[in-house]
Ligand binder design. Structure first.
Ligand code: NAD
Length: 482
């Protein structure tokens, strides 16, 4: 892939954007095939698959329209102390980057990262999850552009392959997956000082204050918890409802949950299945633990069809912090409802979690919503909406605490695939700089005056800096004191 990188780095961002345009056209042409493939591979309803495709294409279009502006070499300000010089910042590709992906959004996570890496000028080794490898799928999309397909190598395999790929010392690792694997990868990467961006698990909270539109908030909670059967890193896994509206909200949520339709392979199906057996087992285990510790199951709480990996969308109450459904990532269709009384209490409850990916806050009071959003220890907050930070390609996505360190998409996510480089440019002259040798007594005395001019507040500061600086410069041309 080093060879591919050396070819790629000779191309311009604009050329690479043209290749992404070809990919977008291919995605558009193949949209129904892609939706069906995603739906079959991951067990997601077709609308969930369509949403995954939209998000992927939307980011690709953003790169086509904007990447060149943010990858351009730009001027930086140069202070008066460096009069006559120029400063620049450029964004260089990293080289060969390794992208390791999970199984839940194979198109979105795979392609958004591949496209970003490529537009920045990196060659890519991409390792999809062994659970949803979609063999041949990425290759068939990338072949629309020879430059793209020769710049991306797809490697199929499990965690052991992942480890081997890290040992090949890529220039950076972009990992999306569980916190446990993220920690293991960080340790291994540290051996070679490979930088790592980590997009990890979550236990996202939604907070609803009185005065919010109950119908809207309840619909948001139900979609936020059950889209792709809760197998999204930013699923709503804890719903905090103010005690004054808890009864009404709970009734609406249960009703809306029971109204969800399961009609396999049909376009109007709301519900799909778990993507993989072990995830169904985790959901069962969390529910068993919750029941045992006294949780009340308001609806669901059972396997619908074991062979088809279908679990009923589940709403529960009377939870305790020590339950697995509250402390750990469930990654399944389970929505615990918890009541709260005050702003301070709910902020502290949300922040108790070791995870900090995303959150949502519903309130009719703009100040309250923003105050609470600011206080939450997470990477992004949707206000009066759910999971919508992801909907805007200008906003980066990521978390804090056990949810990871990196940022995907947005300008920050674009620059994550680059190494910034800084330039200080002097005109070609004969001058000896004041900080160069020889150090002399008279220059030292002048430096004392220069420090005062620079750092003592005065309306004449700039003039004093200029005068003392010029004197210093002229002294520096003279050599040693006589
Ligand atoms: P996982 O950690 O089990 O596996 C993710 C990837 O890492 C797979 O490709 C796997 O083969 C590979 N892998 C496993 N062990 C490895 C090792 N030691 N070295 C290198 N690679 C290794 O995660 P998963 O079960 O596939 O995905 C579910 C998790 O992903 C959930 O926790 C979910 O929240 C998280 N996720 C996070 C985001 C985000 O943006 N924050 C997005 C999607 C999913």
């Amino acid at each position: 892939m080093q060879k591919a990188f050396h070819i790629l780095r000779k191309t311009s961002v604009e050329q690479r954007q043209q290749e992404l345009k070809k990919l977008r056209q291919k995605l558009l042409e193949e949209k129904n095939t892609i939706i069906n493939r995603l739906s079959q591979t991951c067990g997601k309803p077709k609308t969930d698959a369509a949403l995954e495709l939209i998000g992927t294409m939307d980011w690709g279009k953003w790169l086509e329209d904007h990447a060149h502006k943010f990858l351009k070499t730009k001027k930086a300000p140069t202070p008066i102390t460096l009069l006559g010089k120029k400063s620049l910042i450029s964004h260089e590709p990293l080289g060969v980057v390794l992208i390791i992906a999970p199984w839940n959004y194979p198109l979105h996570i795979g392609l958004t990262q591949i496209m970003t890496a490529f537009v920045c000028g990196n060659s890519v080794i991409y390792k999809p999850s062994e659970v949803s490898p979609m063999k041949g799928f990425y290759e068939s999309l990338l072949e629309v552009s020879p430059l793209l397909s020769q710049s991306v190598e797809i490697q199929y395999g499990d965690g052991d392959l992942g480890k081997k790929l890290i040992d090949q010392k890529p220039n950076k690792i972009f990992f999306t997956g569980s916190t446990k694997t993220g920690i293991a990868i960080s340790k291994q990467a540290a051996e070679h000082l490979i930088p790592v961006d980590l997009e990890l698990g979550g236990k996202d909270a939604m907070v609803v204050f009185p005065g919010s539109n109950i119908q809207r908030a309840a619909s948001a909670a139900v979609w936020g918890a059950f889209t792709h059967s809760g197998q999204s890193c930013s699923s709503v896994e804890r719903l905090y409802v103010h005690k004054d509206i808890e009864k009404e909200m709970t009734q609406e949520i249960v009703k809306k949950t029971q109204d969800l339709l399961r009609d396999e392979n049909k376009e109007n199906s709301d519900l799909g299945s778990m993507s993989v057996g072990f995830q169904l087992e985790i959901v069962k285990e969390h529910l068993q633990d919750a029941r045992f510790k006294g949780a009340k199951i308001l609806t669901g709480g059972e396997v619908i069809d074991k062979d088809k990996l279908q679990y009923a969308p589940t709403v529960i109450q009377n939870t305790k912090p020590e339950m697995k459904v509250i402390g750990q990532e469930t990654f399944g269709p389970v929505l615990p409802i918890i009541s709260f009384s005050t702003e301070e209490e709910v902020v502290s409850l949300v922040n108790e979690s070791e995870f900090g990916l995303q959150a949502s806050v519903f309130s009719p009071d703009k100040d309250q919503a923003f105050r609470v959003a600011k206080a939450l220890e997470v990477g992004g907050v949707s206000i009066n909406n759910v999971n919508m930070v992801e909907g805007n390609p200008w906003l980066s996505f990521g978390g804090c605490k056990q949810s990871g360190t990196g940022r995907a998409r947005g300008v920050e996510g674009l620059h994550a695939f680059t190494r910034s480089k800084y330039y200080l440019i002097d005109p070609n002259s004969k001058k000896i700089e004041a900080n160069w040798y020889p150090y002399t007594q008279s220059k030292y005395n002048q430096f004392q005056k220069f420090i005062k001019a620079l750092f003592v507040d005065s309306p004449l500061r700039l003039l004093k800096v200029a005068l003392t600086g010029l004197k210093l410069e002229s002294m520096s041309q003279k050599g040693r004191d006589e």
